[in-house]
Design a protein around this ligand. Structure first.
Ligand code: F6P
Length: 320
């Protein structure tokens, strides 16, 4: 394979630029040509495609977001959109595609693969909810951003003896809440993958108060319910001077951590290795600290991301 394309799709994630850089540099180093596709699958269908040179990816590794821009583009679920996309790729002589993104983006890569066009998926989303990998690009930066906010909020929680409900992103997945919660010493972590009992939450807060504990931080994954709704329900069990802080998109931006940059560089380089060998229909991932490739069809159809619930149990024991 001599010519490859690259796009970023779905929600942006810190480290996507580092991955684009890795793909571009590794491919050019190995005598290939690289084409950047703007605005994800929307740009692919529209033919918004340009050649990337070595200098185009300079000064990008430290930047959050994606300089190829991104889009949510449900239209790519239609066969018409997919065939139009392949037509555009062929027009530029592109023989393989690297798709960096989350679940929706993987489905786009899967559709291309099913039409016989080699595509390799690279997991990039703050949610960390992609099957076939233990970690996604952007997750580490996101949890560190939440952690920074938690440390700040704790100051106010302690000063005013308040309970804070910190709502974090993660659509249907609790990984951000779980990891940031453990790292930040949260009193409660509420995630979609684990039941909770509001009465017990209230009892634990009260027990803490009775022991003289000043602050109480509850990290809530948005997939369970909104922070305001949670506060309203909690208030039925007592007055804990609750305040709600919704971190939202703040957690999606910012300069990637070293860990995310390294992960992005490894994934990007490996995706090029696969395409150089003419292999498509794969997605890359990190399992047991090793970079691996798995079949994209199998991964999407049979794989399911599971958060590390041992962290949840551990937190219950550490935060009583
Ligand atoms: O998938 C990443 C994510 O940030 C989720 O955590 C969040 O629910 C969603 O995207 C928000 O999407 P948008 O930016 O399109 O509103």
């Amino acid at each position: 394979m001599k010519r490859i394309g690259i796009l970023t799709s779905g929600g942006d994630a810190p480290g996507m630029n580092a991955a684009i850089r890795a793909v571009t540099r590794k491919a050019i180093f190995n005598g290939m040509e690289v084409f950047g596709i703007n605005y994800g699958f929307a740009g692919l269908v529209a033919g918004d495609i340009r050649r990337l040179e070595i200098a185009d990816v300079g000064d990008k590794i430290q930047r959050g977001g994606t300089f190829l821009y991104s889009a949510r583009y449900p239209e790519f679920a239609t066969e018409e959109g997919q065939l139009k996309g392949i037509e555009q790729l062929k027009k530029f002589g592109i023989e393989g595609l690297v798709v960096i993104g989350g679940d929706g983006s993987y489905h786009g890569a899967l559709a291309l693969t099913k039409h016989g066009f080699p595509a390799v998926g690279v997991p990039g989303t703050i949610d960390n909810d992609i099957p076939g990998t233990e970690f996604t690009i952007g997750f580490d930066t996101a949890i560190n951003t939440v952690l920074d906010s938690m440390d700040r909020i704790r100051d106010t929680a302690t000063s005013h003896v308040r309970t804070f409900i910190i709502e974090v992103m993660g659509r249907d997945a609790g990984d951000i809440a779980l990891w940031a919660g453990v790292a930040g010493g949260a009193d409660e972590i509420i995630i979609p993958e684990h039941d909770f009992d509001m009465k017990k939450v209230a009892t634990r807060i009260q027990e803490g108060r009775d022991r003289g504990k000043k602050h109480c931080l509850i990290v809530l994954a948005e997939g369970v319910m909104g922070g305001n709704e949670f506060a309203e329900k909690l208030s039925k069990h007592g007055d804990f001077h609750a305040r709600v802080s919704i971190l939202g998109h703040i957690v999606r931006g910012g300069s990637p951590t070293a860990r995310d940059r390294v992960l992005a560089s490894k994934f990007g380089g490996f995706a090029v290795d696969l395409l150089r060998e003419g292999k498509g229909g794969l997605c890359v991932g990190m399992m047991d600290n090793k970079v691996i490739a798995s079949d994209i069809v199998d991964t999407l159809e049979n794989g399911k991301h599971k958060p590390d619930l041992s962290l949840y149990d551990l937190n219950q024991e550490l935060s009583f």
